[in-house]
Design a protein around this ligand. Structure first.
Ligand SMILES: [Zn+2]
Length: 70
């Protein structure tokens, strides 16, 4: 039984690491921020003023779902 565990464990680690990397690549590609629409700024409510978009941190891009790039 101990030998079985010792044999299987490296495969579990490798498969788990591979699945984790794939998950990161598929689930979290960058896409255009839907709040500021890529501009990085939002209207601040003051005349002609804009504030930095809090969702994307002003970069205009956020992490999307399911690999969509919009
Ligand atoms: Zn934004």
């Amino acid at each position: 039984m101990e030998q079985l565990i010792a044999t299987v464990t490296p495969y579990v680690v490798v498969l788990g690491g591979g699945a984790w990397v794939l998950y990161k690549l598929v689930a979290y590609p960058l896409r255009k921020c839907p709040r500021c629409r890529g501009g990085g700024n939002l209207p601040a409510g003051l005349l002609g003023r804009y504030r930095r978009c809090g969702r994307c941190g002003g970069t205009g891009e956020v992490r999307g779902m399911f690999g969509r790039r919009t």
